[in-house]
Design a protein around this ligand. Structure first.
Ligand code: ADP
Ligand code: MG
Length: 229
Protein backbone atom coordinates (compact mmCIF):
# COMPACT_ATOMS: atom_id res chain seq x y z
CA UNK A 1 0.00 0.00 0.00
CA UNK A 2 2.78 2.39 0.92
CA UNK A 3 4.35 1.72 -2.43
CA UNK A 4 1.12 2.55 -4.15
CA UNK A 5 0.68 5.76 -2.20
CA UNK A 6 4.16 6.90 -3.06
CA UNK A 7 3.57 6.10 -6.71
CA UNK A 8 0.37 8.14 -6.73
CA UNK A 9 2.09 11.07 -4.95
CA UNK A 10 4.73 11.09 -7.62
CA UNK A 11 2.05 11.05 -10.28
CA UNK A 12 0.37 14.11 -8.76
CA UNK A 13 3.61 16.09 -8.79
CA UNK A 14 4.24 14.96 -12.34
CA UNK A 15 0.71 16.02 -13.21
CA UNK A 16 1.11 19.55 -11.92
CA UNK A 17 4.46 19.94 -13.62
CA UNK A 18 3.03 18.55 -16.82
CA UNK A 19 0.18 21.04 -16.84
CA UNK A 20 2.53 23.98 -16.40
CA UNK A 21 5.01 22.89 -19.00
CA UNK A 22 2.37 21.81 -21.48
CA UNK A 23 0.67 25.21 -21.46
CA UNK A 24 4.01 26.99 -21.80
CA UNK A 25 4.93 24.90 -24.82
CA UNK A 26 1.56 25.11 -26.55
CA UNK A 27 1.69 28.85 -27.24
CA UNK A 28 5.05 29.01 -28.99
CA UNK A 29 4.07 25.86 -30.87
CA UNK A 30 1.06 27.60 -32.34
CA UNK A 31 3.25 30.43 -33.57
CA UNK A 32 5.76 27.99 -35.07
CA UNK A 33 3.08 26.07 -36.92
CA UNK A 34 1.58 29.21 -38.35
CA UNK A 35 4.86 30.60 -39.67
CA UNK A 36 5.94 27.25 -41.07
CA UNK A 37 2.75 27.08 -43.04
CA UNK A 38 3.39 30.56 -44.41
CA UNK A 39 6.98 29.68 -45.29
CA UNK A 40 6.00 26.45 -47.00
CA UNK A 41 3.77 28.31 -49.38
CA UNK A 42 6.51 30.72 -50.40
CA UNK A 43 9.58 28.54 -51.03
CA UNK A 44 10.57 26.15 -53.78
CA UNK A 45 9.22 22.59 -53.95
CA UNK A 46 12.75 21.19 -53.39
CA UNK A 47 12.28 21.82 -49.72
CA UNK A 48 9.04 19.96 -49.34
CA UNK A 49 10.85 17.03 -47.72
CA UNK A 50 12.23 19.29 -45.02
CA UNK A 51 8.82 20.73 -44.40
CA UNK A 52 7.35 17.27 -44.06
CA UNK A 53 9.92 16.41 -41.41
CA UNK A 54 9.33 19.69 -39.57
CA UNK A 55 5.58 19.18 -39.60
CA UNK A 56 5.76 15.58 -38.50
CA UNK A 57 8.12 16.46 -35.65
CA UNK A 58 5.84 19.30 -34.56
CA UNK A 59 2.92 16.87 -34.57
CA UNK A 60 4.95 14.54 -32.43
CA UNK A 61 5.63 17.27 -29.88
CA UNK A 62 1.96 18.08 -29.93
CA UNK A 63 0.91 14.51 -29.21
CA UNK A 64 3.34 14.30 -26.29
CA UNK A 65 1.93 17.54 -24.90
CA UNK A 66 -1.63 16.36 -25.37
CA UNK A 67 -0.96 13.12 -23.53
CA UNK A 68 0.82 14.99 -20.78
CA UNK A 69 -2.11 17.34 -20.36
CA UNK A 70 -4.40 14.42 -19.61
CA UNK A 71 -2.12 13.69 -16.68
CA UNK A 72 -2.45 17.19 -15.44
CA UNK A 73 -5.05 18.17 -12.88
CA UNK A 74 -8.14 17.99 -15.07
CA UNK A 75 -9.96 21.29 -15.41
CA UNK A 76 -13.47 20.14 -16.08
CA UNK A 77 -13.59 16.88 -14.21
CA UNK A 78 -17.14 15.76 -13.76
CA UNK A 79 -18.02 12.39 -12.29
CA UNK A 80 -21.51 11.19 -13.05
CA UNK A 81 -23.46 8.04 -13.90
CA UNK A 82 -22.48 7.06 -17.42
CA UNK A 83 -23.04 4.21 -19.79
CA UNK A 84 -19.69 2.55 -20.36
CA UNK A 85 -21.24 0.75 -23.33
CA UNK A 86 -21.95 4.10 -24.96
CA UNK A 87 -18.49 5.45 -24.19
CA UNK A 88 -16.94 2.33 -25.74
CA UNK A 89 -19.17 2.61 -28.83
CA UNK A 90 -18.27 6.29 -29.24
CA UNK A 91 -14.58 5.53 -28.90
CA UNK A 92 -14.70 2.77 -31.47
CA UNK A 93 -16.47 5.09 -33.85
CA UNK A 94 -13.79 7.71 -33.27
CA UNK A 95 -11.05 5.23 -34.14
CA UNK A 96 -12.90 3.57 -36.98
CA UNK A 97 -11.03 5.38 -39.74
CA UNK A 98 -7.67 4.39 -38.29
CA UNK A 99 -8.86 0.80 -37.87
CA UNK A 100 -10.10 0.53 -41.44
CA UNK A 101 -6.84 2.02 -42.67
CA UNK A 102 -4.98 -0.79 -40.86
CA UNK A 103 -7.47 -3.42 -41.95
CA UNK A 104 -8.49 -3.94 -38.35
CA UNK A 105 -12.00 -4.95 -37.42
CA UNK A 106 -13.31 -3.80 -34.05
CA UNK A 107 -16.12 -5.63 -32.32
CA UNK A 108 -18.00 -4.89 -29.13
CA UNK A 109 -19.85 -7.56 -27.18
CA UNK A 110 -21.91 -6.89 -24.08
CA UNK A 111 -22.89 -9.80 -21.88
CA UNK A 112 -26.09 -9.25 -19.93
CA UNK A 113 -27.26 -5.95 -18.47
CA UNK A 114 -24.55 -3.38 -17.93
CA UNK A 115 -25.57 -0.73 -15.38
CA UNK A 116 -24.23 2.80 -15.68
CA UNK A 117 -21.09 3.55 -13.76
CA UNK A 118 -20.08 6.53 -11.66
CA UNK A 119 -17.14 7.90 -13.65
CA UNK A 120 -15.58 10.76 -15.57
CA UNK A 121 -16.64 10.03 -19.17
CA UNK A 122 -13.87 11.94 -20.93
CA UNK A 123 -11.21 10.24 -18.90
CA UNK A 124 -12.68 6.78 -19.46
CA UNK A 125 -12.86 7.59 -23.15
CA UNK A 126 -9.19 8.55 -23.06
CA UNK A 127 -8.35 5.16 -21.54
CA UNK A 128 -10.31 3.33 -24.25
CA UNK A 129 -8.65 5.45 -26.95
CA UNK A 130 -5.19 4.64 -25.63
CA UNK A 131 -5.78 0.90 -25.32
CA UNK A 132 -7.68 0.53 -28.61
CA UNK A 133 -5.03 2.55 -30.43
CA UNK A 134 -2.31 0.29 -29.09
CA UNK A 135 -4.33 -2.73 -30.19
CA UNK A 136 -4.70 -1.32 -33.71
CA UNK A 137 -1.04 -0.33 -33.88
CA UNK A 138 0.12 -3.77 -32.86
CA UNK A 139 -1.61 -5.32 -35.90
CA UNK A 140 -0.13 -3.47 -38.88
CA UNK A 141 -1.23 -6.28 -41.19
CA UNK A 142 -4.78 -6.23 -39.93
CA UNK A 143 -6.72 -8.38 -37.49
CA UNK A 144 -9.46 -8.19 -34.94
CA UNK A 145 -9.95 -6.22 -31.74
CA UNK A 146 -12.61 -7.60 -29.45
CA UNK A 147 -13.99 -5.61 -26.53
CA UNK A 148 -16.19 -7.46 -24.06
CA UNK A 149 -18.21 -5.73 -21.34
CA UNK A 150 -19.75 -7.78 -18.58
CA UNK A 151 -20.57 -7.67 -14.91
CA UNK A 152 -18.49 -9.59 -12.44
CA UNK A 153 -21.15 -9.95 -9.78
CA UNK A 154 -23.24 -6.88 -8.89
CA UNK A 155 -20.35 -4.63 -7.86
CA UNK A 156 -17.79 -4.91 -10.59
CA UNK A 157 -17.77 -4.08 -14.26
CA UNK A 158 -15.24 -5.96 -16.33
CA UNK A 159 -13.98 -4.53 -19.62
CA UNK A 160 -11.63 -6.66 -21.67
CA UNK A 161 -9.94 -5.55 -24.86
CA UNK A 162 -8.21 -8.25 -26.83
CA UNK A 163 -6.01 -7.99 -29.88
CA UNK A 164 -4.26 -10.46 -32.17
CA UNK A 165 -0.93 -8.67 -32.19
CA UNK A 166 2.54 -9.95 -31.46
CA UNK A 167 2.04 -9.97 -27.70
CA UNK A 168 4.29 -8.78 -24.89
CA UNK A 169 7.11 -10.90 -23.48
CA UNK A 170 6.71 -11.78 -19.81
CA UNK A 171 9.71 -9.69 -18.67
CA UNK A 172 8.30 -6.58 -20.39
CA UNK A 173 4.83 -6.83 -18.86
CA UNK A 174 5.83 -5.04 -15.67
CA UNK A 175 7.21 -2.11 -17.64
CA UNK A 176 3.78 -1.24 -19.01
CA UNK A 177 2.63 2.07 -17.57
CA UNK A 178 6.15 3.26 -16.91
CA UNK A 179 6.53 6.84 -18.22
CA UNK A 180 8.23 6.89 -21.64
CA UNK A 181 8.37 3.12 -21.93
CA UNK A 182 7.79 2.49 -25.61
CA UNK A 183 8.91 -0.07 -28.16
CA UNK A 184 7.66 2.02 -31.08
CA UNK A 185 9.74 4.28 -33.33
CA UNK A 186 7.18 7.04 -33.02
CA UNK A 187 5.78 6.16 -29.62
CA UNK A 188 5.52 8.47 -26.62
CA UNK A 189 5.29 5.80 -23.93
CA UNK A 190 2.70 7.90 -22.11
CA UNK A 191 -0.60 6.36 -23.14
CA UNK A 192 -0.63 3.50 -20.66
CA UNK A 193 0.74 5.57 -17.80
CA UNK A 194 -2.10 8.04 -18.25
CA UNK A 195 -4.62 5.20 -18.56
CA UNK A 196 -3.41 3.45 -15.43
CA UNK A 197 -3.61 6.68 -13.48
CA UNK A 198 -7.17 7.31 -14.61
CA UNK A 199 -8.29 3.78 -13.73
CA UNK A 200 -6.58 4.09 -10.36
CA UNK A 201 -8.50 7.31 -9.74
CA UNK A 202 -11.70 5.41 -10.46
CA UNK A 203 -10.67 2.79 -7.91
CA UNK A 204 -10.37 0.26 -10.67
CA UNK A 205 -7.67 -2.14 -11.72
CA UNK A 206 -5.88 -3.06 -14.92
CA UNK A 207 -4.55 -6.53 -15.64
CA UNK A 208 -2.68 -7.54 -18.75
CA UNK A 209 -2.52 -11.03 -20.17
CA UNK A 210 -0.36 -11.67 -23.17
CA UNK A 211 0.97 -14.49 -25.27
CA UNK A 212 3.86 -13.73 -27.55
CA UNK A 213 2.87 -14.29 -31.13
CA UNK A 214 -0.81 -14.62 -30.26
CA UNK A 215 -2.07 -11.40 -28.76
CA UNK A 216 -2.76 -9.33 -25.69
CA UNK A 217 -5.78 -8.74 -23.49
CA UNK A 218 -6.20 -5.69 -21.29
CA UNK A 219 -8.69 -6.36 -18.49
CA UNK A 220 -10.05 -3.33 -16.71
CA UNK A 221 -12.31 -3.68 -13.70
CA UNK A 222 -14.32 -0.76 -12.38
CA UNK A 223 -16.47 -0.61 -9.26
CA UNK A 224 -20.15 -0.58 -10.16
CA UNK A 225 -23.01 0.71 -8.05
CA UNK A 226 -23.67 4.23 -6.86
CA UNK A 227 -20.81 4.64 -4.43
CA UNK A 228 -18.87 7.87 -4.98
CA UNK A 229 -15.25 7.55 -6.02
P1 ADP B 1 3.19 4.03 -27.03
O1 ADP B 1 1.96 3.47 -27.66
O2 ADP B 1 3.41 5.46 -27.38
O3 ADP B 1 4.41 3.19 -27.25
P2 ADP B 1 1.92 3.24 -24.57
O4 ADP B 1 2.06 3.70 -23.16
O5 ADP B 1 0.57 3.32 -25.17
O6 ADP B 1 2.96 4.05 -25.43
O7 ADP B 1 2.42 1.74 -24.67
C1 ADP B 1 3.70 1.43 -24.17
C2 ADP B 1 4.24 0.14 -24.78
O8 ADP B 1 3.48 -0.98 -24.30
C3 ADP B 1 4.14 0.04 -26.27
O9 ADP B 1 5.22 0.70 -26.92
C4 ADP B 1 4.19 -1.47 -26.50
O10 ADP B 1 5.51 -1.94 -26.42
C5 ADP B 1 3.46 -1.99 -25.28
N1 ADP B 1 2.06 -2.30 -25.61
C6 ADP B 1 0.96 -1.59 -25.25
N2 ADP B 1 -0.17 -2.17 -25.71
C7 ADP B 1 0.21 -3.27 -26.37
C8 ADP B 1 -0.49 -4.30 -27.09
N3 ADP B 1 -1.82 -4.28 -27.21
N4 ADP B 1 0.26 -5.30 -27.65
C9 ADP B 1 1.60 -5.31 -27.53
N5 ADP B 1 2.31 -4.38 -26.88
C10 ADP B 1 1.64 -3.36 -26.30
MG1 MG C 1 0.02 4.01 -27.16
Amino acid sequence: LEDRLRKSDTLNVVGELAAGIAHEIRNPMTALKGFIQLLEGSVKDDFSMYFNVIKSELNRIESIITEFLVLAKPQAIHFEQNSIVKIMKDTMELLNAQAIFSNVQMELITEGEIPSIYCEPNQIKQVFINILKNAIEVMPGGGKVLAVLKMNGPDQLCISIRDEGNGIPEDKLKRLGEPFYTTKDRGTGLGLMVSYKIIEEHRGKVKVESQVGKGTTFCITLPAGNNEV
